[in-house]
Design a protein around this ligand. Structure first.
Ligand code: HDD
Length: 710
């Protein structure tokens, strides 16, 4: 009997097969391709038919019309016309990576969640980072919240921890979410601004929503312009529950802490990065993973009981509040490592469907109204985006543990129950049955109350933690918040909205409010907003809220941009690269021509960028390794001057050899050499220079360059 003629891969097939004398080769997805001469697969239609000519449509004569029986043309164009799916209504721009989560110790005392039972257990993970407001093609360095969505493929089902890089949220009730997002995204009549909150609608909504003040302090801080996705924290935001085998519940808040510490950019830098490399964050993640520098976060949890929750004046169910780490220290429970990029962006990063309601047994929800509203929303959005109820059949969304159910049919069903019985209970004793012992059971919390639309009194304090955040920042970070507010409100055209915002700021910090008002030219000063101010308390500063206080101590994972010319001192250059690499940093070379330069020893050194293509905003620090012969030509290049001037105004460390002095002079900083502008190799040698780079910025310089001064 003839072998089955099919494009589907037989289970036991090897890399090649021969069917009806046609040589076949297995593709990445297990499919078989017909092979032409050599090992090149034959191009086929989606139906598997070999294609003879893919360059010319079928037509009548050389100048005649096309004909309708060109099924290959029809199929090719039809498929192209349907390539796009709706982008996410929020978090449209994102980038994902695969990895694993590793549990440190058993957490059986707190949770029966299978992934937390055994020390050293690894659970496959997929993480998608995103901005919120911008469209899919917007730039990475928008001033925005970053999504931090983690899918853990546990042995008892997928757990999606769909968080942000900010531990609180704008609103307390999910019913306000459409308004918040409408106000933040482009205004509907003019369709701009793109990926920016600096416009009337956003600040109008915010200034009428006092509960958003805490989150606004975060979004106006440098948290909203991270240097890299690898250098930011993630938060589950809400209070969740751990539930153990005895049905005992412990409240839990989740924190992802980056191993490489926190780091952000300056606003002026962000604006320039968006022009120089709109894909800055995704390129950075791609490069890090492809080069084996796998980003890592520690999962830490704040665990507490009802009695502890009751000790606060605020409510742990209120998503606009956090529990300061100094009051309840987060405990490390595992680590997340991202070690593999998707093979296909669309199949994985675009089609991944996160849903807050995906929780395994042992993890449960609290009565946070925002969380409960989210649990309702995410399923709907996947249906819209992915086009049908079978999106769990997509490999990126399918569980990696055994699963069995009677859901069937629908668009694009790839798996249906086999056999006669597709229901339960059934008397044929076939198919899966529920398991009261293993299955997810909600924590049996007792609930009572009158059904009503209301906001509890315990959610009323909107300013105490906003103030706490502000006073926990270092002076440069406070300056940046004031500058960000000034910038954003300067783009607001309606004076009453500016005033309303300043009246809220007065309840947060008077100096902040006055600075912003002065810089806006606001007169007279408005009165403080009267929204529930009576509840405001003076909370202690929390250093854990500062980025500068929690930055790295080393240059590891960072990038030095070295501007080189012909005649560069080969020993100095090689020594510097070695010293940076030893510290697990990387170097990129910028030269007048991308082909490279000839070093002092005659060797050809290839460059990564020409000067226009590699501005200093792309690097964490810079070095100027030039030569006496080439410096005049370099000084003549405006881009070289900008390279140095920007590095200076962004408070970066600048290493230089003496020949580069004219360039420093051209950039206007030869007379302003400070502790961050270091001659190379320097007294402590190149390793001493690289150790200094670990401080990342020379914030003491900032007032003199007026950067970030509101
Ligand atoms: Fe949301 C996407 C995070 C409130 C409704 N959200 C989405 C993503 C992240 C968050 C990271 C992107 C997931 C991905 O990469 O695919 N959202 C949050 C956080 C919130 C929050 C941390 C507050 C604590 N979200 C929130 C509310 C609602 C939604 C209150 C609706 C009531 N979110 C959605 C959504 C999205 C979404 C419309 C759009 C795309 C998607 O779900 O998959 O359902």
């Amino acid at each position: 009997m003839a072998k089955k003629r099919t494009a589907a891969a037989p289970r036991d097939a090897t890399d090649t097969a021969t069917i009806h004398d046609v040589k076949l080769r297995r593709g990445a997805g297990g499919e078989l391709h017909q092979t032409a001469e050599g090992d090149t697969p034959v191009l086929t239609t989606a139906q598997g038919g070999p294609v003879a000519d893919d360059q010319n449509s079928l037509r009548v004569g050389p100048r005649g019309p096309l004909v309708v029986d060109d099924f290959h043309f029809r199929e090719k164009i039809f498929h192209f016309d349907h390539e796009r799916i709706p982008e996410r209504v929020v978090h449209a721009r994102g980038y994902g990576a695969h990895g694993f989560f590793e549990t440190y110790e058993s957490l059986a005392a707190y949770t029966k969640a299978d992934l937390f039972q055994r020390a050293g257990e690894r659970t496959p993970a997929f993480v998608r980072f995103s901005t919120v407001a911008g469209n899919k093609g917007s730039a990475d360095l928008a001033r925005d919240v970053r999504g931090f969505a983690v899918k853990l493929y546990t042995q008892e089902g997928n757990w999606d921890l769909v968080g942000n890089n900010i531990p609180v949220f704008f609103i307390q009730d999910a019913i306000k979410f459409p308004d918040l997002i409408h106000a933040a995204k482009q205004e509907p009549d003019r369709a701009f601004p793109q990926a920016q909150t600096a416009h009337d609608n956003f600040w109008d909504f915010i200034s009428l929503t006092p509960e958003s003040m805490h989150m606004v302090m975060w979004t106006m801080s440098d948290r909203a312009i991270p240097r890299s996705l690898r250098f930011m924290e993630g938060f589950g935001v809400h209070t969740f529950r751990f539930v153990n085998a005895k049905d005992e519940s412990t409240f839990v808040k989740f924190h992802w802490k980056p191993k490489l510490g926190l780091q952000s950019v300056a606003w002026n830098e962000a604006v320039k990065i968006n022009g120089a490399d709109p894909d800055f964050h995704r390129r950075d993640l791609w490069q890090a993973i492809q080069s084996g520098n796998f980003p890592e976060w520690e999962l830490q949890v704040q665990l507490f009981d009802q009695e502890f929750a009751d000790s606060f004046d605020f409510d742990v169910l209120d998503p606009t509040k956090l529990i300061p780490e100094e009051i309840l220290k987060p405990q490390p429970i595992g680590r997340l490592v991202l070690d593999r990029m998707p093979e296909n962006f669309f199949a994985e990063t675009e089609q991944v469907a996160f849903m807050t309601q995906n929780v395994p047994p042992g993890i449960d929800f609290s009565n946070d109204p925002l969380l409960q509203g989210r649990n309702f929303s995410y399923l709907d959005t996947q249906l819209k985006r992915l086009g049908g109820p079978n999106f769990t059949h997509l490999p990126i969304n399918a569980p990696k543990c055994p699963f069995a159910h009677f859901q069937q049919d629908g668009h694009m069903a790839m798996r249906n129950p086999v056999g006669r019985v597709n229901y339960q209970p059934n008397s044929f004793n076939e198919g899966p049955r529920e398991s009261p012992t293993r299955g997810h059971r909600p924590f049996p919390a007792e609930e009572q109350g009158t059904k009503a639309r209301l906001r509890p009194e315990s959610f009323a304090d909107h300013y105490s933690q906003a103030r706490q955040f502000f006073i926990s920042q270092t002076p440069p970070e406070q300056r940046h918040i004031a500058a960000a507010l000034t910038f954003e409100l300067s783009k607001v055209e309606t004076p009453a909205i500016r005033e309303r915002m300043v009246s809220h700021l007065l309840n947060i910090d008077e100096t902040l409010a006055t600075t912003v008002a002065q810089k806006l030219g606001l007169q007279p000063m408005p009165k403080p907003a009267d929204a529930a101010v009576a509840t405001r308390q003076d909370l202690e500063p929390s250093p854990a809220l500062s980025i500068v206080e929690n930055g790295p101590k080393r240059f590891e994972g960072r990038k030095l941009g070295i501007l080189v010319t012909d005649g560069v001192d080969a020993k100095l250059l090689n020594g510097l690269i070695t010293a940076v690499n030893k510290e697990k940093g990387t170097c990129e070379l910028i030269a007048p021509k991308v082909g490279g330069v000839t070093a002092s020893d005659g060797s050809l050194v290839k460059a990564h960028h020409m000067i226009d293509g590699g501005p200093s905003v792309l690097f964490d620090a810079v070095a100027l390794l030039t030569s006496v012969e080439a410096i005049d030509d370099l000084v003549a290049e405006a881009a070289a001057r900008d390279f140095v001037a920007d590095a200076f105004q962004h408070c970066k460390f600048i290493g230089y050899d003496q020949s580069a002095m004219p360039l420093l002079a051209k950039a206007g900083i030869a007379d302003a050499l400070d502790e961050g502008i270091l001659a190379l190799p320097g007294e402590d040698g190149l390793s001493g220079f690289v150790a200094e780079l670990g401080k990342l910025r020379v914030w003491g310089r900032e007032p003199s360059v007026k950067l970030g001064k509101a």
